[in-house]
Design a protein around this ligand. Structure first.
Ligand SMILES: Cc1ncc(COP(=O)(O)O)c(C=O)c1O
Length: 381
């Protein structure tokens, strides 16, 4: 007779490379902070996950309402309408686009398609943490290349590529540092990578760049058949909860990623909302402008407080503190959620997302109070 008792060792017998993974730590949700600190959720502001403080485009909200009438059906697993619109916008073919459950999914799919145990993936110190996580989940080896002034050192990353390297990740702009590489440097790097190594160029914050600084990276895929460009609707388009992003790549690579993705990885509400959001160019342009204004507001306020921060091209800033954890806790008690980044090897820094003008003001006031109370002073003083 087969024993139905559960083996106490099941978890212990998971592969060592899975057990070694440190789980992803996201921004604290508003409801959780309200519960833990007995605060009214309506008074809490969250500047912890690089979300768009304006909410979603009204066109996207209307599209969701329409699509909600048909949620009993499975979504279009091939994302026909969204891919067609993206292809027209980007000047590529629909077969050169892979939709993802957030662009995070595209990053994961790339590692699923190309990495096995023994392979290497190269990324920068302080790069987006999903690169090491997704690499580790495949049992592959992550090669972390020391950063240069908190940004990617592309020359060193090129030198770190070995015959075992299958993927190189480049975030531009990078999260959490906000560092950015000029278009020419990125293209020269991609051109220098051996053609049998996949380059994943993660442009999640692309829309926040000044239009003159945005690369025409989708056009590069015809020149570099080893390139995957990932974009998202979570940031400037304001659809983070729906989880929708996409990768642009040569059709051969797209075919491989499609083999390993879930058949219905992007739900129908997300597809409809993304399609509408893509058409609302004014919303994205306004988001970019408000982000720039908010960034200037934060930079001026932080300078007044004598704090050191990194110049950022994203919708967030990294700020240095003498006592980052105490400052984080003090802000939480005042109902302001920001993001500790000790898990990035940056224990003396906090990341704050650019909010609305009122949210930024509230953050700066809470920060002033936190610093006054705790004698937490900037290293820059
Ligand atoms: C650099 C970078 N890439 C990708 C993502 C993934 O975003 P999403 O899965 O919501 O598209 C994020 C999210 O914070 C990010 O910062």
């Amino acid at each position: 007779m087969i024993s139905m008792s559960k083996s106490p060792d099941a978890a212990a017998r998971a592969p060592a490379h899975i057990r070694a993974i440190a789980p992803y730590v996201g921004g604290k949700p508003i409801e959780e902070v309200a519960r833990e600190l007995d605060l009214d959720p309506a008074t809490i502001i969250k500047l912890a996950s690089n979300e768009n403080p304006r909410g979603a485009s009204p066109l996207a909200l209307a599209a969701i309402a329409t699509a909600a009438a048909d949620i009993t059906r499975y979504p279009d697993g091939n994302g026909f309408a969204l891919k067609a619109a993206l292809a027209a916008r980007l000047g590529v073919r629909p077969g050169e686009i892979v939709l993802g459950n957030g662009s995070n999914d595209v990053l994961e799919l790339a590692t699923q398609a190309f990495l096995v145990a023994g392979d290497e993936a190269v990324y920068s110190q302080y790069a987006f943490i999903v690169y090491p996580l997704a690499t580790a989940a495949r049992g592959a080896r992550g090669i972390e290349v020391p950063a240069r002034e908190f940004g990617h050192d592309l020359d060193a990353m090129r030198r770190a590529i070995t015959p075992r390297t299958r993927i190189v990740f480049v975030a531009n702009p990078n999260n959490p540092t906000g560092t950015w590489l000029p278009v020419g440097a990125v293209e020269a790097f991609i051109a220098s990578v051996p053609p049998d190594v996949v380059v994943v160029l993660d442009e999640a914050y692309n829309e926040y760049l000044d239009v003159s600084e945005q690369s025409d990276s989708a056009a590069w895929i015809s020149r570099y058949p080893n390139l995957i460009v990932s974009h998202t609707f979570s940031k400037a388009h304001g659809l983070a909860a729906l989880r929708v992003g996409y990768g642009v790549m040569n059709a051969g690579l797209a075919d491989l990623l499609n083999r390993v993705r879930q058949p219905f990885n992007v739900n129908s509400l997300a597809q409809a909302a993304a399609l509408a959001a893509l058409g609302d160019e004014q919303y994205v342009a306004d988001s970019r402008r408000l982000n720039r204004e908010g960034m200037e507001q934060l930079a001026a306020g932080l300078a007044r407080l004598g704090l050191h921060f990194l110049e950022s091209r994203g919708n967030f800033m990294l700020i240095e503190f003498a006592a980052a954890q105490a400052t984080f806790q003090s802000l939480l008690r005042q109902g302001v959620i920001v993001r500790p980044v000790a898990n990035y090897g940056l224990p003396d820094w906090l990341r704050v997302t650019v909010g609305t003008q009122a949210e930024n003001e509230r953050f700066l006031a809470a920060l002033a109070a936190a610093l006054a109370n705790s004698s937490a002073v900037s290293r820059a003083d």
